[in-house]
Write a protein that binds this ligand. Structure first.
Ligand code: ADP
Ligand code: F6P
Length: 323
């Protein structure tokens, strides 16, 4: 019999629970024991893990967040911290670990696998910044939450002929900003991948008014060189010359806390099941991701440190749609 452990790490993402459920139930279905680790790598180091039953993961597929808890754990970045984690798993006879999380968490998983422990990753982050998966768990739900906020802001912006700026998450990746900007019909999209100066943003807003629009909306990625705070400062300093005011809304963690939509529940279920299937076949040291509609395993060496490319032709498209 195989004994595996599962944990969630880093920023939580809607759909993590569906992934935990899939790992636990497909693992049990194979006749394995599945341990749930509390609070990510911190719980792994502390040996905070218990066997889970099918009932423990009942009624969670529709819940955001993670029932196992998540954490950022600096200690895991040290070799000693990771040996401690391996010792804690060895003591319980655990043969393999499933890590559900984003870029940082999978970097940790890669380090663990280089030390000889069998690990499989499940791509889960609202940032969609993991090479090895075209879509990661949580991004679709976060995108829809951002979109709902954008739609609402456009209503009030139009009523007052105002310009609005919405800052979305994504760390260093512009995916959420680009996609919510396109889906929300934004006049300006600012992403970290392409530098946009405050004056360029101001000119685009002015052009929107000149075109007779009732409002102007800028979607700004938190990781952009000029984020919402920097842009607000610039607009305040040049208010008289520009002749308009811009109100800023930072969506922040609101984007992370939603209930997962159908896409994320299904993706999480397929990836979780893919992880146990891969382990059953003797695979490890890989990230399970969505590639061309299929669940595939990509070696960590081809994922970690590899920058995922944004489709920048979509930014060009958004420029054509500004009219
Ligand atoms: P996310 O997984 O959402 O990107 P973080 O970047 O905060 O979140 O990473 C989560 C955790 O993964 C960190 O707190 C740390 O414990 C672990 N981690 C991140 N990078 C590394 C690394 N290079 N080596 C070992 N562990 C890491
Ligand atoms: O990685 C997910 C994410 O939500 C990023 O978009 C954001 O930069 C970061 O986590 C916020 O981290 P914290 O929850 O620690 O504030």
């Amino acid at each position: 019999m195989k004994r595996i452990a599962v944990l969630t790490s880093g920023g939580d993402a809607p759909g993590m629970n569906a992934a935990i459920r899939a790992v636990v139930r497909t693992g049990l279905d194979k006749g394995w024991e599945v341990y749930g680790v509390r609070h990510g790598y911190a719980g792994l180091i502390a040996g905070n893990m218990q066997p889970m039953t099918a009932r423990d993961v009942g009624g969670i597929i529709q819940q955001g967040g993670t029932i196992l808890g998540s954490a950022r754990c600096p200690e895991f970045k040290t070799e000693e911290g990771r040996w401690q984690a391996i010792r804690a798993m060895n003591m319980r006879g655990i043969d393999a670990l499933v890590v559900i999380g984003g870029n940082g968490s999978q970097s940790g998983a890669y380090e663990l696998s280089k030390m000889g422990f069998h690990v499989v990753g499940v791509a889960s982050t609202i940032d969609n910044d993991l090479a090895g998966s075209e879509m990661t768990i949580g991004v679709d739900t976060a995108l829809n939450i951002a979109l709902e906020a954008i739609d609402r802001l456009k209503v009030t912006a139009s009523s007052h002929q105002r310009a609005f700026m919405v800052e979305v998450m994504g760390r260093d990746c512009g995916y959420l900003a680009l996609m919510s900007g396109i889906a929300g019909g934004a006049e300006v999209i600012v992403i970290p991948e392409i530098e946009t100066t405050p004056e360029e943003v101001a000119q685009k807003i002015r052009t929107a008014y000149e075109r007779g629009k009732a409002h102007a909306l800028a979607v700004v990625a938190e990781g952009a060189k000029y984020d919402a705070e920097a842009l607000s400062k610039y607009f305040a300093e040049h208010r008289e010359r520009l002749g308009f005011q811009v109100r800023a809304t930072t969506l922040g963690h609101v984007q992370r806390g939603g209930a997962p939509g159908a896409f994320d529940r299904i993706l999480a279920t397929r990836l979780g099941a893919g992880a146990t299937r891969f382990l059953e076949q003797g695979g490890h040291g890989c990230l399970m991701g969505l590639i061309k509609g299929e669940i595939r395993a990509t070696p960590y060496s081809e994922v970690i440190g590899v920058k995922k490319q944004l489709d920048l032709s979509l930014l060009e498209l958004s420029r054509a749609l500004e009219h």
